[in-house]
Design a binder for this molecule. Structure first.
Ligand code: MLT
Length: 224
């Protein structure tokens, strides 16, 4: 078992009220990956994906603090696809506070922070880009929706964003992925959409595409 595996099995830590896992990096040049799980996931669920995407990258993986019938999420929803936007905005700011505290606690201040979100986690990552852009330096949004339409355009000049979308996704539908891409592009982000023929789950081709995108994307830690 490598060191990152054994550390990942230690009891989860808590920071700013977020239960989370932190797996230290082994590769000095690697960015930190902020792993944000989908509904019903937890801080362990995306660690394997994080390891596949970033060789030796530090992994920071919080558990969403909202429970829906016992399933962790990052913010409340009123129905499938209908978000409690007020709660979403509060939870987004809390998550930004967690990211800032974790950067300090785990000595990540000089590293670019790349969100890797799936479904509900991709939606709060998109909300972080809209409301707290300095929390992230790039984002991989897998099966994301438009979290809300912002009143004024966010400031995302040059921020790399990869949207992984499925042509047959009945939840994060193709039109939503396209609208999200448009929203980020109009804010100056460098957006790539990667399509596959799948539904609301991630297939191996999207993992490969995300890994390749991360490998070729120039990342810079933006000043906060
Ligand atoms: C959400 O609630 O964030 C989306 O509907 C995706 C999901 O978690 O099912």
């Amino acid at each position: 078992m490598d060191e990152s595996n054994s550390r990942a099995r230690e009891a989860p830590a808590s920071l700013q009220g977020f239960v989370h896992r932190f797996v230290p990096g082994r590769e000095p040049g690697a960015p930190a990956l902020l792993l944000l799980h989908g509904t019903g996931g937890d801080e362990n669920g995306l660690l394997p994906l994080g390891r596949m995407l970033g060789d030796g990258a530090p992994l920071l993986s919080p558990r969403g603090r909202v429970l829906e019938r016992g399933m962790p999420r990052f913010f409340r929803r009123l129905a499938e696809g209908v978000f409690d936007v007020e709660d979403l905005k509060v939870r987004t700011r809390e998550l930004a506070g967690f990211v800032a505290a974790a950067r300090e606690a785990y000595d990540l201040e000089k590293k670019p922070m790349v969100a890797v979100g799936f479904s509900n986690g991709a939606n709060i990552a998109a909300s972080l880009l809209l409301l707290e852009p300095e929390a992230l330096d790039a984002a991989i949004l897998l099966r994301a929706m438009v979290p809300f339409e912002p009143d004024s355009p966010p400031r995302l000049a040059g921020t790399p964003v990869l949207i992984g979308a499925g042509r047959n996704d009945p939840i994060a539908r193709p039109a939503m992925a396209e609208r999200l891409a448009e929203l980020f592009k109009s804010a100056g982000a460098e957006v790539t959409i990667e399509w596959d023929g799948g539904g609301h789950s991630i297939g191996p081709s999207q993992v490969d595409a995300a890994r390749a995108w991360l490998g070729r994307t120039e990342l810079r830690r933006s000043a906060s």
